[in-house]
Design a protein around this ligand. Sequence first.
Ligand code: SAM
Ligand code: SF4
Length: 305
Amino acid sequence: MTIRDSFGRPVENLRVSVTQRCNFKCIYCHREGQLLDYSVELSAEEIERIVRVAASLGVYGVKLTGGEPLLRKDIVDIVRRISGIPGIRDISMTTNGFFLKEYARQLREAGLSRVNVSLDTLDAEKFKMITGVDAHEKVIEGIIEASRAGLNPIKINMVLLRGVNCDEIEDMVKFTGEHHLTLQLIELEHPSEDSFYMKYHVSLDGIEDEIREKSSKIIIRSMHHRRKYILRGGAEVEFVKPMHNTEFCLHCNRIRLTSDGKLKPCLFRNDNLVDLLNPMRDGASDERLRDLFIEAINRRKPFFM
Ligand code: SAM
Ligand code: SF4
């Protein structure tokens, strides 16, 4: 049975940051709201143990993220361990795609169901400008290999940046449609509405209206009530709107685990984390970890009410 927080919201998904390390330097990166600390990382065994506790409380979905999750040398082992946990039905990953070509098959075989790959542009020069790395072709090859390996669906995460890639939406719809991928158009988030944000932010509202006009079917997804548009011709497009809103908080069914072993009840806060790493390394029993997990769930509170 799924556990609910004191606001009645079920906790069904665990978003695990397996590392804060990254080989890219994306100009917009928010690093999942985690404070940067590269010094400690949960081991594969520790991640498995925490997911087991989560599953015993009804969590069924696990998303692996980072930093860049494929920088973990033991990432296949992590996926395999999680997929063996009773109750876990859906394991996904968000990656920059750099190492996807070499890992896709092993990840699929280990139990990964689906993958989101960040790709903001189809232009190699722009890609380098955004990520700081000359790896556009390598990422495309990774996406194609992921598709061959049977990861499904594959979502392409495209953060829209004013004056950089907004003119590429049509090309991206075409590219993703041709390769049977889902395009996720993401509105830029920034902790403070600073000069970077003012320069690059573009609202998704007008773009969504245009896509709606071209669509033959609209599917409302349960997660955060996001809409998926099926365009005439078969391409699929989703929109990820800013999370700073009451609707996002109202439907939030996830809890986060930081790479250094802390449960993070809310994306927007770092002052109510529950440490699992030290208790675990000091010999805490499974019951104690379960109590700490419940404590983190009890600390969940909609940030935007
Ligand atoms: N390194 C992996 C990757 O890039 O896919 C996983 C971690 S990354 C933080 C997760 C997702 O957050 C990526 O799709 C990225 O595009 C998105 N993201 C990062 N910073 C963002 C921002 N400021 N606004 C909106 N999305 C952002
Ligand atoms: Fe951030 Fe992901 Fe880009 Fe790395 S690849 S800088 S974690 S968005």
